[in-house]
Write a protein that binds this ligand. Structure first.
Ligand code: PAN
Ligand code: ZN
Length: 205
């Protein structure tokens, strides 16, 4: 068998081609196989105002974000596709955001095609580079290999993106959970601000 007739990395039968329906107006995937749900209580430690987050949790623990997926084998060659749907809201004056992660295989990039909403993709590298790229409908954000990434909703409607990344990439949340990102996105009186985090990006006590 050569590379042309053995497309499966595991050497088994090749995957049967498939298609799914993505509703670009509703910004949703029909009948996902996997649904990851994160609520406010899953976000402890990520926002700078811990008391405001606890208040939110006590007031009903609202939905934060969902990831709708049609998983493929986590093997080199496959492409993972998902829709990330981040709700609007504030924790204190900080906009709702995803946890953010490096890929466990860090030399893997990702495409985020924004379908709906407004926000930012904040990014950083282990070497100390940082970026905050605006997200809005029809905008595609390219997350290059080696960049940790977190999406942030600055608007009043869900921020929804269609994402594609190498299936072997995996997720590494450890560094972000302890060190965060160098920039935070705040909304005060309707005005969105990018605030540089102090010191080692760590959360305030
Ligand atoms: C996305 C993210 C999704 C949720 O599918 O996993 O937006 O964000 P967190 O994983 O940081 O909670 C992606 O970037 N995958 O690699
Ligand atoms: Zn990713």
């Amino acid at each position: 068998m050569n590379a042309h007739n053995n497309p499966s990395a595991a050497g088994g039968a090749p995957m049967t081609p498939w298609a799914i329906e993505i509703d670009l107006l509703e910004a949703t995937m029909r009948m996902p196989d996997r649904l990851l749900v994160r609520r406010a209580s899953d976000m402890r430690g990520y926002y700078r105002d811990a008391a405001a987050l606890e208040h939110l949790i006590a007031a009903g623990d609202p939905l934060h974000y969902e990831v709708l997926e049609k998983p493929v084998p986590e093997e080199r060659g496959h492409l993972m596709v998902c829709i990330s749907r981040l709700q609007p809201g504030l924790v204190g004056d900080e906009c709702f955001m995803t946890k953010g992660h490096f890929h466990a295989v860090p030399a893997t990039g990702e495409i985020y095609l924004c379908l709906r909403g407004t926000g930012f993709m904040v990014m950083k590298t282990a070497a100390g580079l940082k970026a905050a790229v605006p997200m809005r409908r029809h905008q595609m954000v390219y997350v290059p290999p080696w960049w940790a990434h977190r999406s942030i909703n600055t608007g009043d409607e869900p921020l929804v993106s269609f994402c594609v990344y190498p299936a072997e990439a995996g997720h590494n949340y450890g560094d972000i959970a302890t060190a965060g990102f160098p920039q935070r996105i705040l909304r005060r009186g309707g005005a969105v601000q990018i605030v540089e985090e102090t010191a080692n990006f760590s959360r305030p006590a």
